[in-house]
Design a protein around this ligand. Structure first.
Ligand code: DC
Length: 244
């Protein structure tokens, strides 16, 4: 049986980009708008990191991480209104956002065995499609056949502001937040295993001056165009550029 990747039940929308670009809110908004499932792959890497820290694993030691990670049982829901993530049966949706996990997650996600383990799980969850998937390597590695691929970017100060407001002001110092974003960008794009590379066929969306609704709408427009390519005329995108 062949599946049509541009039919809504099989559609895969890949939303990639660094943190602070509005990736999660945008991806969830798109899933809600189109009635699709939603998968946060960053949360999976965070949940793995949480579990390893919890077990006292030295996350700076790749072989220790590789030895322990297969024994961690992760679970991920795909409801955009209630994205639950579990590690060994515990709901870790809240603790995975803490500073200790944020500090350690780049090291854990650089370990090839962890990436292979989570890649298999991500592909299982994507299944036949009908899903918005957010991460860093979705369009390039996890779902290279996705019918819609978006790469979100934003100016560094806008990213730091968003990150800080997400933390509820915990990281009130914008300079420190910006420095931490830069540190993670460097680690995530400089690593040997699957360094982040924007998929060549991804549409770049700069969210610096977009509201959340505008960012969601821009991606929804791309998805609708992929779903009904014959009916979609030129579409005016935020910023005034006409996209074809
Ligand atoms: O999007 P986020 O900040 O929650 O992601 C947490 C970390 O997980 C990030 O530092 C990079 C890593 N990550 C990854 O390696 N591959 C993905 N597909 C998603 C996230």
């Amino acid at each position: 049986m062949t599946t049509d990747r541009t039919d809504v039940d099989h559609l895969v929308v890949a939303v990639d980009g660094p943190s602070g670009t509005g990736k999660s809110s945008t991806a969830r908004g798109v899933a809600r708008a189109l009635g699709l499932r939603y998968l946060d792959t960053g949360a999976m890497y965070r949940a793995m990191t949480w579990a390893l820290l919890q077990r006292g694993v030295d996350v700076s030691d790749p072989s220790a991480v590789a030895a322990e990670s297969p024994t961690v049982e992760l679970g991920s829901g795909t409801d955009p209104d209630r994205p639950v993530i579990t590690a060994d049966g515990t709901d870790v949706s809240q603790p995975i956002r803490g500073p200790d996990v944020t500090q350690a997650v780049s090291a854990v996600s650089a370990v090839p065995e962890v990436r292979a383990q989570l890649l298999a799980m991500q592909r299982r969850l994507i299944g036949a499609g009908g899903i918005v998937v957010e991460g860093r390597d979705i369009g390039a590695v996890v779902a290279p056949d996705a019918a819609v691929k978006v790469f979100l970017t934003a100016a560094t100060d806008a990213r730091a502001r968003r990150r800080s407001s997400q933390d509820g002001g915990v990281t009130a110092n914008l300079g420190l937040t910006a420095a931490d974003l830069a540190r993670r960008d460097r680690l995530d794009s400089g690593r040997a295993a699957s360094p982040f590379a924007q998929a060549a066929d991804a549409v770049v969306l700069d969210t610096t001056d977009l509201t959340l609704d505008e960012a969601v709408e821009a991606v929804v427009v791309l998805a609708r165009r992929a779903l009904a390519p014959d009916r979609a005329g030129p579409v005016r995108e935020p910023g005034g550029n006409e996209a074809h």
